[in-house]
Design a protein around this ligand. Structure first.
Ligand code: SF4
Ligand code: SF4
Length: 430
C-alpha cells in the first residue's frame, strides 16, 4: 500500500514503524470475519481493515480525527485480527500508534476526558481503588447497572485449607507480579498462585511492583503507561540482576501482554531499550510456568492427576474462557486448555472461543452497550448448563463473565490450588 507521510511525521520513528506495518496489509479482508465489532456492527469502519485505512489517513494528514477516534474507541484491542491475518499485520502496534497520535492531536469532549481521567486515576491506585470498591459495594443498588454489575464479590475470597501438601524444592525462582485492581477484586488469585507454586517446590518472591501500565495506555495516557512500565523495569531489573535465571510470572493475561511488550514500548529509547527487553524476555504467563513444571517434574504432574482423578465427574466438568490477551495478544492459544486436559479436567465445548467477552480493560465502562452484547454472546457460547465452574486467566474477563453467569467464575489457578489443597468447595460444586 503506497503511503505518503506528512512532513511532520517523515522523521518520526514511531510513525515510520506504523507505515511499515500498514505496508504489510494486502486488503484481503480475512480479518473481518473474526473481528467482534465488525460482527456486531457490520460496518467496515469498525473492522480491522477499515481501522487500518483510517490510521493510514492520519499518517497522511487526511483524516477526520473525531470520526477516527470513535472507530478506534470501539476497537476492543482483542487482536483477534492478528491471529487471522495471513500477512502478519501487527495491528496491535498500529492501533497503539493511532491512539497515541489521536491523544496528541484530537481533543475529546470534556465529559469523555473526565471519564477516562477518573478511570485512570482510580484504577491505577490500589489503595484508593480498594476504598472506593468497598464503598461502592455497600451502595451497589443505587448505582447505574453498568457499574453495579461489576461489583459482584469474587467467588472465593480465600482458601479454606491452610497448608497444602508440599513437595521437594525444585530449581526454579519466580517473582509474581502483584498488579493493581486484581488484588482488590479477587485477592485469592495472587495468593493461590503463590501457594500453589510454593507447594510444588518453586522459590516464590515478590517485589514492590505496580500497575503494568495497560490501564493508562487504554485511557489516552501513553506517557503515564511508560512511567509505570519504567518503574516495573527498574524493580524487576534489580531482581533479575541478582537472579538472572528467575522468571517474572503474570497471572492476569491483560497485564502479561503489556509486560511482554515493554521491549517494544522502549525500543526507540536508547537508555531503556536493553533493560526493558530483558524484563520482557523474563515474563511468563502462569500457564507457561505450570506447563514447564508439569513437563520437567513428573512427580508434580502425577500427584495432580491422582487428585483430579479422585474428583466426581461433575466436579471436574468446567468451562474455560480463553482471554483475547492470552490467545491473540500473548499467542498462547490452547496453553491452559491443553494443560487442564492433560491432567484430566473435563472441558465443556464452547462456540466461538476466539471472540472477546466484552471486558477488554476499561471497555465495559467506556462502551457499555457493545460490551453487554458481546457478554451475552459469550454466555450463550460457553454452554454453562452442566458445568461446575467457569475458569479463565484474566481478572477483567472473570469479573465480566461473573456478572452474568450462574455458576462460580474463578481464575484457573485458584481452582487448581483448591484441587491441590483438597478444598471441599471443589467437590461440593457439582
Ligand atoms: S487479514 Fe491482514 S492483510 Fe487482510 S485485510 Fe486484514 S489486516 Fe489486511
Ligand atoms: S483488535 Fe479486535 S476489535 Fe479491534 S479490529 Fe482487531 S479484531 Fe476488531
Amino acid at each position: 500500500m503506497y503511503l505518503n507521510l506528512t512532513d511532520a511525521l517523515k522523521n518520526d520513528a514511531a510513525a515510520l514503524d506504523a507505515r511499515d506495518i500498514i505496508k504489510d496489509c494486502v486488503h484481503c479482508g480475512m480479518c473481518l470475519g473474526t473481528c467482534p465489532t465488525y460482527g456486531v456492527l457490520g460496518d467496515e469502519q469498525d473492522s480491522p481493515r477499515g481501522r487500518i485505512y483510517q490510521i493510514k489517513n492520519m499518517l497522511e494528514g487526511q483524516a477526520d480525527l473525531a470520526s477516527v477516534q470513535q472507530h478506534l474507541d470501539r476497537c476492543l484491542t482483542c487482536r483477534s485480527c492478528e491471529t487471522t491475518c495471513p500477512s502478519g499485520v501487527q495491528y496491535g502496534h498500529l492501533l497503539e500508534w493511532g491512539r497515541d497520535h489521536l491523544s496528541q492531536h484530537h481533543t475529546r469532549a470534556w465529559a469523555e476526558r473526565s471519564k477516562l481521567g477518573v478511570l485512570r486515576h482510580v484504577l491505577t491506585r490500589p489503595a484508593l481503588f480498594g476504598v472506593l470498591w468497598r464503598a461502592a459495594s455497600v451502595v451497589k443498588k443505587a448505582l447505574p447497572a453498568t457499574y453495579a454489575a461489576k461489583l459482584k464479590p469474587a467467588a472465593w475470597s480465600a482458601s479454606t485449607v491452610s497448608a497444602p501438601l508440599a513437595l521437594e524444592p525444585i530449581d526454579l525462582t519466580v517473582v509474581v507480579h502483584q498488579g493493581c485492581v486484581q488484588n482488590t477484586m479477587s485477592p485469592n488469585i495472587n495468593r493461590a498462585t503463590m501457594r500453589l507454586l510454593t507447594a510444588w517446590g518453586v522459590t516464590v518472591q515478590t517485589v514492590q511492583d505496580g500497575c503494568c501500565g495497560a490501564i493508562a495506555a487504554h485511557t489516552d495516557d501513553a506517557a503515564g503507561a511508560r512511567a509505570m512500565a519504567a518503574r516495573n523495569i527498574q524493580m524487576w531489573g534489580e531482581f533479575l540482576s541478582k537472579q538472572p535465571n528467575a522468571l517474572v510470572v503474570s497471572n492476569a493475561s491483560g497485564c502479561g501482554v503489556q509486560l511482554k511488550e515493554y521491549g517494544h514500548l522502549f525500543k526507540h529509547d536508547e537508555a531503556q531499550a536493553a533493560s526493558a527487553q530483558k524484563v520482557s524476555t523474563a515474563v511468563r504467563d502462569v500457564s507457561e510456568v505450570v506447563q514447564l513444571i508439569l513437563t520437567q517434574y513428573p512427580a508434580v504432574r502425577d500427584a495432580l492427576q491422582i487428585k483430579i482423578e479422585a474428583l466426581p465427574d461433575a466436579a471436574k466438568y468446567v468451562a474455560y474462557h480463553e482471554p483475547c490477551t492470552l490467545q491473540h495478544g500473548q499467542k498462547l492459544k490452547g496453553s491452559v486448555s491443553g494443560l487442564l486436559t492433560e491432567i484430566g479436567v473435563r472441558l465443556a465445548p464452547s462456540i466461538n472461543p476466539h471472540l472477546c467477552c466484552g471486558s477488554a480493560g476499561t471497555y465495559s465502562i467506556t462502551q457499555p452497550e457493545l460490551s453487554k452484547q458481546l457478554l451475552n454472546n459469550k454466555i450463550n457460547d460457553l454452554k454453562l448448563d452442566k458445568v461446575a465452574f467457569v475458569l479463565s486467566s484474566n481478572i477483567g474477563c472473570i469479573g465480566q463473565i461473573a456478572s452474568a453467569a450462574n455458576v462460580p467464575v474463578l481464575h484457573w489457578v485458584e481452582w487448581l490450588d483448591a484441587v491441590w489443597s483438597e478444598d471441599a468447595r471443589v467437590k461440593s460444586q457439582q
